[in-house]
Design a protein around this ligand. Structure first.
Ligand SMILES: Nc1nc2c(c(=O)[nH]1)N[C@H]1C(S)=C(S)[C@@H](COP(=O)(O)O)O[C@H]1N2
Ligand SMILES: [Mo]
Length: 403
């Protein structure tokens, strides 16, 4: 067989493809059809699938009512394909490498992590940087997430800061770079799917963890089996699943989806639709203050003149929600909700309010959280950015009051 001068497709298949010019873009050769992880969605309940290649699915607001988001109601965001090791739930020989700007590079087994470092269990919000993208005008490319690319499961693992202390950070250490073994959509094993990171300062605050369990069970194939990072407060793209390596960098990490306009926003506010030069784009870090109404379900019927409980969650990338308000009159007046304290830093906070709708008819509940700096969620989409990140527009639900 002649294997020289192959096209990219030929190289992938390992042989010439004589009629390649007839293959329309988007038609994947059967021989390359991979498992996209779609059958794993059977155990998810009520999610809205935005795409199957890569697999992306969000959660309707009313299914996010639990304090601890259960497996079946956690959103899924894949940039590539679920790796075979995860599909097989095979962690045999899995190691995590810590290298780069460290005194003692480490190669740790999962057992090493479990036994050599203090184990911690924390409720930590993960929210996709693009959650809310669907509300930007003009629209921006990417998954059209509405409100449900967020969740707050309970994670068990070790502090990433403890592991980095053991590795001994050099003076030159400034950023982490996260790696995994998921497969690029092209099937090309050489191509990185995603490799993002966080400033060392953020990691050394001690909130970021390397987790092996979610809600008391081993991580699932969709959520990073056998190890993942959780960098709470940051867009969840920093929370690498299927973690194999953390490369300590001497500069801002420049792995896949760290550069260009991926997870980056303009350094200054721009008018909607503006083309922003790459040099003026900066990495998206703390996610903005946000809240969600999880009960009642939008469209629910309630009785006029009777008290109804409205509830949901509030969270903030800086970790401090200071107040929660709701309005039943399209934002004319606001009532303060009762805001419960967080069980730990970066867990979402339950809020509740009782309202009485004065007469029969159509109402909306608008929800607005305020962060520790006094910054509240806007009633309209916040500052537009080319890729539609960080939209913390107030969540609204509809209620019908019957006489
Ligand atoms: N290895 C790997 N890690 C990843 C991703 C990915 O595609 N591959 N997606 C990231 C993004 S963009 C998000 S929003 C979260 C989603 O986490 P979840 O699927 O567990 O909800 O994982 C992050 N970690
Ligand atoms: Mo994401």
């Amino acid at each position: 067989m002649k294997t020289t001068g192959l096209t990219a497709l030929g190289a992938m298949l390992g042989m010439a493809v004589p009629f390649e010019r007839n293959l329309l873009p988007g038609i994947l050769p059967v021989a390359l059809a991979q498992d996209t992880g779609m059958d794993l969605m059977a155990a998810k309940k009520g999610l809205v699938v935005l795409g199957d290649r890569p697999l992306n699915a969000e959660v309707p607001a009313h299914l996010l009512d639990a304090d601890i988001t259960p497996y079946e109601h956690l959103f899924v965001r894949m940039n590539g394909l679920v790796p075979q090791t995860a599909l097989d739930q095979n962690a045999e020989g899995w190691t995590l490498t810590i290298d780069g700007e460290v005194e003692n590079p480490l190669e740790l087994t999962i057992d090493d992590l479990k036994t050599r470092f203090e184990n911690v269990t924390r409720r930590l919000v993960i929210e996709c940087g693009g959650n809310g993208r669907a509300y930007f005008q003009p629209g921006t490319s990417g998954n059209q997430w509405t409100v449900g690319a967020v969740g707050c499961p309970e994670w068990t693992g070790v502090r990433l800061s403890d592991v980095l202390k053991e590795a001994g950070l050099k003076e030159t250490a400034v950023y982490t770079g996260h790696y995994s073994n998921d497969v690029h959509l092209s099937g090309d094993e050489e191509k990185e799917v995603i490799s993002r990171g966080a400033p060392i300062e953020k990691i050394m605050e001690g909130d970021a963890i390397i987790a092996w369990a979610m809600n008391g069970e081993a991580l699932s194939p969709l959520h990073g089996f056998p190890l993942r990072v959780i960098v709470p407060g940051y867009p969840a793209s920093a929370s690498q699943k299927y973690l194999t390596r953390i490369w300590i960098r001497d500069k801002e990490h420049d792995g896949a989806k760290m550069t260009g306009d991926s997870y980056r926003i303009p350094a200054y506010p721009v008018a909607p639709g503006t083309e922003v030069p790459e040099s003026d784009m900066i990495v998206l870090t703390d996610m903005p203050i946000k809240s969600i109404v999880t009960f009642p379900q939008t469209g629910a019927e309630v009785k006029a003149d009777e008290q109804v409980e409205i509830r949901g969650h509030a969270w903030c990338g800086k970790g401090d929600v200071s107040a929660m308000h709701i309005s039943i009159d399209f934002g004319q007046t606001w009532q303060e909700a009762v805001l419960e304290p967080a069980v730990n830093r970066f867990a979402w906070q339950r809020w509740r309010a009782n309202v009485t709708l004065p007469q029969h008819g159509y109402y909306e509940i608008w929800a607005r959280a305020t962060d520790g700096d006094g910054i509240s969620q806007p009633p309209l989409s916040p500052v537009w950015n080319p890729r539609g990140y960080g939209n913390n527009i107030q969540h609204r639900i509809a209620l019908v009051a019957t006489a």
